[in-house]
Design a protein around this ligand. Sequence first.
Ligand SMILES: [Cu+2]
Length: 169
Amino acid sequence: MKLIARSIDNLWRFRQQIHSQFNRAAIALVAVAILLMAGLSSAAIAAPNNEILRQAPIEVKVSLGNNTNELKFVPSDLEFASGKRYKLLLDNPSPQKHYFTAKDFADIIWTQKVEAGKVEVKGAIHELELKPGANAEWLFVPLKPGKYSLRCTVPGHTEAGMTGLITVS
Ligand SMILES: [Cu+2]
């Protein structure tokens, strides 16, 4: 009887041990996930302070192409100041689709949101495609001075001169 009791006791202890090991493994996994998330979010650009977010946005208009179907951004040179809040108003008055592609610029801005039609997209955006007649509003805060290239990535459009320069002071 004693022997059985002891072996049951041992089994129980063994079960507890496995259980706590499993728990430890689970906790370790959760910790890794949190570290990964922290790593990712520290790589992303942190939100600017509330003072900046309370600024009325400075509106800047850019057309992708024009109604005579010239392959260009109008205007093609854009200037922003870091630490200011902007609302970039994009439209496409041309009969074909265009892209607003400025990947290096997108890396140094904090995007609050992009609004297009009845959809709001929050978080980082790298490229926007505008179909003929489309409009989009991009709310962001540039955070790092520099010169960044802008282009339309529809095949042939960059080569045809649909490029621009974004200067952040
Ligand atoms: Cu284009």
